[in-house]
Design a protein around this ligand. Structure first.
Ligand SMILES: [Zn+2]
Length: 481
C-alpha cells in the first residue's frame, strides 16, 4: 500500500489492504461488518478478561459502552434499548410513502395509530407501545402520526456509530440514549467518573473510534488503543506505577491510581509538553491540508514575529501555530492548542466539571486570553484557542475553526463535488485530531512515555480518497455551516 493511500471501506471489507491486524483495525472491521448485531460484547472481549475485584467496574463499563460516541460511549449497538425507537421510526418513515401510493390505507392507519389501540391489530398496538416508551423518555419533539404521514421534515442529525440509519430512526434512537444517559447513568456515577464521562462526550469527541486506520496519523498502536479503550470505559489500566516519579523518573512522588488519572493531570512528570506537541502536530497537518499552496502554516511561531501590537522583540511567548490565508479578510489565525483534564492529579473534578459539560475547556480559554491580551485587541491577527479535554471533548472554537478550514478546502474541489468533499475532509480531519488526543493521553497514562515514533505525514491526499470517506460515512443531511 502506498504510504499516502487511504484504503476505502470497500477495499478493507474485501481484504485488499495490508493493514496490520491490530486493535484499531479489529475495531473498525467489527463496526463495518455490523458484528455488534450478533455479538454485542465482542469488542469488550478485545480488552481482556475481567480481573479479580473488577465486577463493579465492568458492569458500569457495559452500561456506558452501548451509548453512541458523542454521548460518551463506544457506539456498540444496544438493540434492547433502542428497539422501540427503531420500530416507531419504521412506521414514521413508511407512512408518507404509503400516503402517496395508497392514501385511504394511510388514513385508516393514522386513525388506528392515534385512536384506542386496545382493539387494534398487534402491529398497531406495538407501535403505540413504542410511542409510549419514547414519550416516557421525554422526547418532546416527537411528531404526531398525522404529521409523519404528511411528510414532516426530519431534523438534521449527524450519523454515528450505534445510531442506525437516516430518517426518523437516528432522532428517535438518540432520544432514548440521551434519556438513559441523563436520567439513569450520570446520576448513578461518582463525581470523578461523571466528570470524565462528560469529558469524553460531545460532537466529534469519539471520532477516533470510527477512524479508518489508513495511515500513521489516523492509527493508534495496539497498546495505546488498549489504554484508550480502557480509559473510556474507566477500567483499571495495565501496569500502572504505584507512585509518581519512581525509579529516578521525574514526578511529584504522590500516590498514583490504577485509572491513570494522576499521570494524565500531573505536571511534574514532564510528559505534558510532549503530549501537547502530538496534538499541535495534528492541528498543523489539518491546517496545511486546508490552506494548500495558497496559504501558509507556521508552527512554533514567536508572538513577537506576528503583527500583534505592543509585543517586545525579546518576548519569549510562542504560539503553537499561525495560519495565514485562511480567512476572507486575510487575518493571521494565531492558534494555541491545549489539552486539559477535568480531574485534578488527586482524581477529583475541577470546579464544575462533574455537573457541566466543558467546564475545564472554559477555564483553559480564560487562561489563554489572559496569556495573550495583545491578540484580543483587533487588527490583522486573531487568537484561536484550540482547547480539548483529555476525554476527547472539543471546545466550540475548535468546531468553528474546522468548519472555517472546510469551507476553505472545498473551494478547491469541483463545484458539483463540494458537499461530498466536505463530508470526506471533515471525517478525515476529525479522525486525525481525535486519534491525536487519544494517542497523546494514552502515552502519558502509565506515567512513562509509551508512544512509538511516528513516521512523516503524507503531504497530500487525493480527492478521490477523501470522497470515498464521505461515501463510507453515508449521506449527511447537514448543510456546511
Ligand atoms: Zn505526580
Amino acid at each position: 500500500m502506498q504510504p499516502n493511500a487511504i484504503p476505502t471501506a470497500r477495499m478493507i471489507a474485501h481484504g485488499h489492504t495490508e493493514l496490520r491486524a491490530d486493535l484499531h483495525c479489529a475495531r473498525f472491521l467489527l463496526a463495518l461488518c455490523f458484528f455488534f448485531w450478533c455479538f454485542p460484547a465482542s469488542e469488550l472481549r478485545l480488552l481482556g478478561g475481567e480481573g479479580p475485584g473488577e465486577e463493579a467496574a465492568w458492569t458500569a463499563a457495559r452500561l456506558g459502552a452501548f451509548l453512541p460516541p458523542s454521548l460518551g460511549g463506544l457506539g456498540l449497538l444496544a438493540a434492547e434499548r433502542v428497539a422501540p425507537a427503531a420500530y416507531w421510526a419504521a412506521w414514521a418513515d413508511a407512512l408518507p410513502v404509503l400516503r402517496q401510493r395508497f392514501p385511504d390505507v394511510a388514513q385508516q392507519l393514522v386513525r388506528a395509530l392515534e385512536g384506542d389501540a386496545v382493539a387494534a391489530p398487534p402491529c398497531v398496538r406495538a407501535a403505540a407501545a413504542a410511542t409510549e416508551r419514547l414519550d416516557a423518555a421525554g422526547w418532546e419533539e416527537r411528531p404526531h402520526w398525522a404529521a409523519c404521514a404528511d411528510g414532516a421534515q426530519v431534523p438534521a442529525t449527524d450519523g454515528e456509530l450505534g445510531l442506525g440509519g437516516p430518517g426518523w430512526q437516528r432522532r428517535a434512537v438518540l432520544a432514548l440514549h440521551t434519556s438513559f444517559r441523563e436520567r439513569e447513568l450520570l446520576p448513578a456515577m461518582a463525581p470523578d467518573a461523571r466528570a470524565l464521562f462528560r469529558s469524553q462526550s460531545g460532537q466529534h469527541a469519539g471520532m477516533w473510534l470510527a477512524a479508518i486506520p489508513a495511515d500513521a496519523a489516523a492509527t493508534l498502536a495496539p497498546d495505546l488503543m488498549h489504554i484508550a479503550l480502557r480509559r473510556r470505559l474507566r477500567l483499571p489500566l495495565p501496569l500502572t506505577a504505584l507512585h509518581c516519579g519512581g525509579d529516578g523518573a521525574p514526578g511529584c512522588h504522590g500516590q498514583a491510581d490504577a485509572l491513570g488519572d494522576h499521570f494524565v493531570a500531573c505536571p511534574r512528570t514532564g510528559l505534558l509538553p510532549r503530549r501537547g506537541f502530538v496534538l499541535e502536530r495534528a492541528w498543523v497537518q489539518v491546517a496545511r491540508e486546508a490552506v494548500g499552496a495558497e496559504g501558509r502554516v507556521v508552527p512554533q511561531q514567536w508572538l513577537a514575529r506576528t503583527t500583534a501590537p505592543g509585543v517586545a522583540p525579546a518576548d519569549r511567548r510562542r504560539l503553537d501555530l499561525v495560519v495565514y490565508g485562511a480567512t476572507p479578510g486575510g487575518e493571521a489565525l494565531c492558534c494555541d492548542a491545549t489539552l486539559v483534564s477535568p480531574l485534578t492529579r488527586a482524581g477529583r473534578p475541577v470546579p464544575g466539571a462533574d455537573v457541566r459539560d466543558g467546564a475545564a475547556l472554559a477555564a483553559a480559554r480564560r487562561r489563554k486570553h489572559a496569556r495573550y491580551p495583545e491578540l484580543l485587541r483587533g487588527g490583522p491577527q486573531r487568537l484561536v484557542v484550540l482547547a480539548a479535554e483529555v476525554g476527547g471533548r472539543w471546545g466550540e472554537e475548535c468546531q468553528r475553526f474546522v468548519r472555517q478550514l472546510l469551507r476553505l478546502r472545498v473551494q478547491r474541489a469541483p463545484a458539483t463535488l463540494r458537499a461530498t468533499a466536505a463530508q470526506g475532509w471533515a471525517r478525515r480531519w476529525w479522525g486525525l485530531l481525535s486519534v491525536a488526543v487519544q494517542r497523546a493521553v494514552a502515552s502519558t497514562a502509565l506515567g512513562v512515555w509509551t508512544m512509538p515514533a511516528l513516521p512523516g505525514s503524507p503531504d497530500g491526499v487525493p480527492l478521490a480518497d477523501v470522497l470515498e470517506l464521505a461515501d463510507f460515512a453515508g449521506p449527511s443531511r447537514l448543510p456546511l455551516r
